[in-house]
Design a protein around this ligand. Structure first.
Ligand code: FAD
Length: 459
């Protein structure tokens, strides 16, 4: 086995495989380290839904045989399930294993090397960056050292590489537990096929069933027989257990043959302050590139990994890989997704404070329509219209606290967007100062809405 590569990527999820393809297709030698066996690559507990706009933005799309089902949009229901809103926007349900296998083949066809059943166990570094990674083949009593010019952490929600780096490196950021949702989901072949909503991915807001998250019903076949049902709850609060919640509220409602079951976690927060540091890039869930409100991360993982890989390739070509030569990757990511994501982190915390009564009221009174929700998702601005509509009603119903909070949310969403777009530092030297301003802004906001972030993760 070779032990020297241009780039070593940890994790063969969508983010790692996409980065591997981008770099290998430009002629760099790439190794992908993955703990799963080859035939399990792609296997991931997920809702499997992705908006087609992501592929348009990426300029490529997966072959039709990896698509299980197509959606016209998303429906969002109130806790009583009496009131709903249709959010337009075409999407698909991907077959994660077939998608993963297709992405793996695409990377390998361009020369990337997969080391499956290998776990990252250690790292050596100095002030210039990572020198080598130590990986252990599963089932063998040996550790292999691999050397690279550059490294990418694409190891998912519990990052394996960046957490082994010094805390002074800003990519080793430690988030709050409440920055994550923990989830449980089942893929089932139903005894009684769905009759309604087959063409929509359906989200149910219900703080009893899914506190700090939502539960979902995503059809996976046009005959309504195969469904992906699951729920996500906020982590680190009241010891909520998503599996128990599923068994209590959803198990009896969706009976059938179990095709896949699993739990997982997903970061629901703003992105890492920088996706590059020294000779390291961080992409996908490891860099928290997930939409904080709906938890969708496939599309944004692909976007982030393309951007970081492209800048890393340029830096490798120039012969100098560090945060200075790759810095523009941050600007690009913040523009295409990161700033919106950070702004939606503000909204996410507000939504996590709402009660079932609030959600019922919002959907019953048609405070938001599908188009406005679509705009909110794509532009991340709390549209004047919503604030205006709610203001009138909230005054009428004398719910000033909700109205005040909403104004605060709007202000902070705008502030944060500005921080991630216009005020994002133009050089790495100003990053620390910017991080302090971001932290101050989020601390202020959390205090205003009385949001307790709880403890930091221990890894
Ligand atoms: C329950 C659930 C539902 C979701 N639903 C949706 C949805 O409907 N739509 C959507 O867009 N997104 C959804 N997401 C989010 C989406 O799945 C992720 O954002 C996306 O898959 C992240 O890809 P990734 O490549 O960054 O990470 P991952 O897919 O997690 O890949 C990381 C890889 O790294 C490997 N790895 C980790 N540690 C090591 C190590 N030490 N050594 C070697 N290998 C290692 C892992 O085995 C894994 O293969 C959901 C997430 C969850 C948990």
């Amino acid at each position: 086995m070779e032990n020297k590569y241009d780039v070593i990527i940890i994790g063969a999820g969508v983010a790692g495989l996409n980065a591997a393809y981008e770099l290998a297709s430009k002629g760099f030698t790439v190794a992908i380290i993955e703990s799963k066996p080859r035939n399990k690559i792609g296997d991931k507990t997920c809702g499997d839904a992705i908006g087609l706009h992501h592929f348009k933005e990426l300029g490529w799309e997966p072959p039709s045989n990896v698509i299980d089902h197509k959606y016209k949009g998303v429906k969002v229901y109130s806790p009583s399930e009496k009131y709903g809103v249709v959010v337009p926007g075409e999407g698909v349900s991907v077959n994660r294993v077939k998608f993963g296998q297709w992405m793996l083949k695409r990377a390998e066809d361009h020369g990337a090397v997969l080391l499956d059943k290998h776990v990252l166990v250690g790292v050596t570094y100095d002030e210039n960056g990572i020198k080598s990674v130590k990986v252990k083949p599963i089932g063998k009593n040996e550790v292999i050292e691999l050397f690279g010019k550059a490294f990418i952490d694409a190891s998912g929600a519990k990052p394996a590489l960046r957490t082994k780096l010094p805390l002074e490196w800003p990519i080793s950021d430690r988030p709050y537990m409440t920055d994550y949702n923990i989830a449980y989901r089942e893929v089932l072949e139903l005894e009684k096929p769905l009759e309604e909503d087959i063409e929509y991915a359906v989200i149910y807001l219900n703080t009893e069933i899914a506190p700090g998250g939502y539960w979902w019903l995503f059809p996976k076949s046009s005959d309504g027989k195969i469904v992906n049902v699951g729920l996500g709850v906020i982590w680190g609060v009241n010891n909520y257990n998503p599996r128990k919640k599923y068994e209590q509220y959803l198990k009896n409602r969706f009976k059938g043959k179990l095709l896949h079951v699993g739990g997982g976690m997903v970061p629901t927060r703003r992105p890492l302050p920088t996706l590059v540091w020294k000779n390291v890039g961080v992409v996908g869930d490891a860099a928290y590139t997930v939409n904080p409100v709906h938890g969708g991360g496939i599309g944004s993982s692909l976007q982030a990994s393309s951007i970081v890989a492209r800048h890393m390739a340029n830096a490798l070509e120039e012969g100098e890989v560090d945060e200075y030569t790759m810095w523009r990757a941050n600007h690009e990511y913040m523009h295409v997704y990161g700033a919106k994501q950070a702004s939606l982190d503000i909204l996410r915390m507000y939504l996590q404070k709402l009660s079932n009564e609030d959600f019922e009221w919002i959907l019953k009174n048609k405070i938001v329509d599908g188009r406005t929700l679509y705009d909110l998702g794509t532009k991340a601005s709390l549209v004047e219209e919503i604030v205006h509509n709610m203001s009138a009603l909230l005054k009428l119903l004398s719910r000033p606290s909700l109205l005040n909070m909403l104004r605060i949310v709007k202000n902070y969403m705008n502030k944060v967007k500005e921080l991630y777009l216009d005020k994002y530092p133009d050089t790495p030297d100003k990053l620390q100062q910017w991080i302090e301003e971001v932290d101050k802004t989020f601390d202020e906001y959390r205090q205003l809405i009385k949001y307790d972030p709880g403890s930091r993760v221990l890894w």
